[in-house]
Ligand binder design. Structure first.
Ligand code: ADP
Ligand code: MG
Length: 695
């Protein structure tokens, strides 16, 4: 039987029913899927070193014996890390693992066993170590492998030895490439020539069976076959984005083209002057809104840059043209805060705002919905859930999405009712510019790159637990001067009881310790009425110090609060710390943010805290975050709506990303609907990839 790309993996020589199951569990159901299982790296056997000769930052390979395997508990969670100590005649070295590939993985290793370890040597706390090196038992069948080869390394899989997997790859390549050459080339000639791409088939062959003379290139993912695959992965994403954008431009929307008198009145009624950046961004929005095609614009602005006001200005333009707006926010606290701003600033100008929240009665709901349907409300403010639900509008033309970078194209499209509304998406999570164009490829981007004047800088410090009393005494001083404070506790998952207990216990401790201060408590498990009551008390200054979990994170704005203490700061991500800190420094008073670190924190956690101490520039923090965590975790698939790449890496492969974007745009310029016969295979492939992009 002749195999093809889509042949069931079971038919590949060497794959029995048992191995077939193992492969399917890894997502490999066909021969093609096997070939798309790319090596996560390579090992150059010529780099074999003696342990005593290792130096920091070298990428090496070692043959040694296991001396000890230890499981080390991490903190109070159930998690463990593992250390495998290996030795050769010259010395020994530890291999540390913070993740376990699969259950029983480390139990495979026993003292005296021969292993091969490949990875980068790290200098950590005065020792050389490996962090997450590749470690494999040396199997008898492997012993003969040529020593001068570049060996692909695949993700560890239970029930499948690396040597066996390499054999399967060879066999699949033999069938599909050597024997028949049936791997479809999806790119037309003009793309392959212009970007000097290998064929798909050749790329697969070399990736799994690398030539031994290009070790440097392969190790760094710069070899021609790797470039071809990386280009292709980016290309699907870029083409998808470009088509989305083209599709949006073809939709019809209600043009919002009034003279802008209402917005001017709003501007004049404000107790402050708009910043130049706010004006510039509003001007960009205004131009978009005049079009009979929907705007899809992202406003990026650091915390406190005044995005809400830009949104209210846009809503005024819509109202003036007799068009309704909806403002969607992630939390009810935020919905209420925005509603208050709308009542304060817009209602006097005759704009009719309304609030739609989960705690309103069915009757109140029905009433608001009725008024929306009759066009008696100009701006409705609520959480995503509420507005996504079947609310009818008389003439909805503008949807504003606040504090939400997790809102992909598909979700936006779902919101459409009748003609497409204009979309304004606002986010305070800065994304390094280099990434923004891809993550938000279907949106036009405006940046508010200036903070309102008169904000005093925030003094940020990191301290260890031992300084706790000093910190809280300082907080008390600030409060006695009339200020207010936030004390934040981590709550990773709303359901983690231990975390909640921390906040509750500390709330009690603080009340006892500082009986002269008024504390409040806020956490995600409270009913929304309770939360509101607390927030209102805090806003009114009747609560002086608010003990809170991260429900406070987004958007909340209380100018008199000038101090924030973040407990267990090591458990927060960089951008989250930045968001949290953005709650202070909003008034004229000097502000303070204290990052409290637990005792046993990693150097990485200290380093993270230092990044926050070192700058308040959200973009710089985002860059650092990206560097520390890498793009996968930085963006997170769900968060970003980006597909998981098999080989491409958004940071490492940026130059290739740009080429892929150019190619996608040129394709649409040449063939807007991708109808040409030379693009037939490409179109078919796109349809398949679309599924993986949309998810
Ligand atoms: P964010 O961009 O984080 O959403 P907000 O819109 O909540 O910021 O604005 C933060 C605070 O700054 C609010 O109290 C708002 O009224 C105020 N503000 C907005 N624009 C200006 C400005 N141009 N000058 C002074 N204060 C402003
Ligand atoms: Mg905001």
């Amino acid at each position: 039987m002749n195999l093809t790309y889509d042949t069931h993996i079971q038919y590949l020589k060497g794959v029995g029913p048992k191995l077939g199951d193992v492969l399917r569990r890894r997502g490999v159901g066909t021969v093609g899927q096997l070939l798309e299982w790319f090596p996560r790296g390579y090992e150059d056997r010529r780099m074999v070193r003696q342990i005593a000769s290792l130096e920091a930052d070298q990428v090496v390979s070692i043959e040694a014996v296991v001396q000890a395997v230890r499981a080390i508990p991490m903190g109070r969670s159930q998690k463990k890390m593992y250390e495998v100590v290996i030795g050769d005649s010259s010395g020994k070295i530890g291999c540390k693992y913070f993740r376990i590939p699969y259950r029983g993985y480390f139990e495979r290793f026993t003292p005296q066993q021969r292993v091969r370890v490949a990875g980068k040597v790290t200098f950590y706390r005065n020792h050389l170590q490996f962090h997450h090196p590749d470690i494999q038992p040396i199997y008898p069948e492997d012993e003969g492998a040529a020593v001068d080869q570049l060996i692909p390394l695949y993700t560890d899989t239970e029930g499948l030895s690396p040597a066996k997997l390499r054999k399967l790859m060879e066999s699949a390549l033999g069938e599909l490439v050597e024997k028949q050459n049936v791997i479809t080339e999806v790119f037309p000639l003009w793309i392959r020539e212009k970007y000097q791409l290998l064929t798909r088939s050749e790329a697969f062959r070399q990736i799994h069976m690398p030539p031994s003379d290009q070790s440097e290139e392969f190790l760094n993912f710069r070899a021609a076959p790797q470039k071809r695959i990386i280009f292709e992965e980016f290309f699907w994403l870029e083409l998808y984005m470009a088509l989305q954008k083209q599709g949006i431009k073809r939709e019809n929307a209600l043009p919002i083209s009034g003279p802008g008198k209402l917005a001017r009145q709003l501007e004049e009624s404000l107790p402050f002057k708009l910043t130049e950046a706010q004006k510039k961004v509003f001007a960009e929005i205004k131009i978009d809104l005049r079009e009979p095609h929907p705007m899809h614009r992202l406003v990026q602005g650091d915390v406190g840059s005044g995005k809400t006001m830009v949104a209210l200005l846009a809503a005024c333009l819509a109202t003036e043209s007799g068009i309704q707006s909806a403002l969607m926010v992630p939390t009810e606290i935020l919905a209420e805060q925005h509603f208050k701003s709308a009542e304060r600033f817009l209602a006097p100008l005759g704009v009719r705002p309304a609030l739609l929240t989960g705690k309103m009665t069915a009757k109140e709901h029905a009433e608001i919905r009725g008024r929306l349907a009759k066009g008696e409300i100009d701006l409705v403010i609520g959480t995503h859930a509420l507005i996504e639900a079947d609310v009818e509008f008389a003439r909805l033309g503008l949807v504003i999405i606040d504090e939400q970078h997790r809102f992909g194209v598909e979700q936006r499209t779902k919101l459409k009712k009748g003609t497409s509304p204009h979309f304004l998406v606002m986010t305070a999570t800065p994304i390094p510019r280099t990434l923004a164009m891809t993550v938000y490829g279907d949106l036009d981007i405006s940046i508010i790159d200036e903070l309102p004047p008169g904000r005093s800088p925030i003094v940020t410090r990191r301290v260890f637990e031992s300084k706790r009393d000093t910190v809280f005494d300082f907080m008390r001083e600030q409060i006695l001067k009339g200020r207010q404070a936030y004390i934040i506790y981590p709550l990773v998952e709303e359901s983690e009881k231990i975390d909640l207990k921390d906040a509750l216990t500390e709330f009690d401790n603080l009340k006892r310790k500082y009986p002269d201060l008024i504390f409040g408590l806020l956490h995600g498990r409270m009913k929304s009425e309770e939360k509101d009551a607390v927030m209102n008390e805090f806003r009114a200054g009747r609560i002086q110090a608010l003990v809170s979990t991260t429900v406070i994170e987004v958007g909340v704005d209380v100018a008199n609060a000038n101090m924030m203490i973040i407990e267990h700061a090591e458990r927060f991500g960089l951008s989250q710390l930045h968001q949290l800190r953005g709650r202070v420094g909003r008034g004229a008073h000097k502000s303070y943010c204290v990052l409290m670190l637990g005792y046993a924190v990693s150097e990485e956690a200290v380093h993270r805290a230092d990044v926050i101490v070192g700058t308040t520039d959200g973009f710089k923090i985002a860059e650092a975050d990206l560097e520390i965590r890498g793009p996968g975790e930085f963006l997170g698939r769900r968060q970003s709506g980006l597909p998981g790449f098999k080989m491409a890496n958004l940071v490492r492969d940026l130059p290739t990303l740009k080429l892929a974007r150019d190619a996608a745009q040129e394709l649409i310029r040449r063939d807007a609907d991708i109808k040409a016969s030379e693009h037939r295979l490409l179109k078919e492939a796109l349809q398949q990839h679309r599924k993986s992009i949309v998810g």
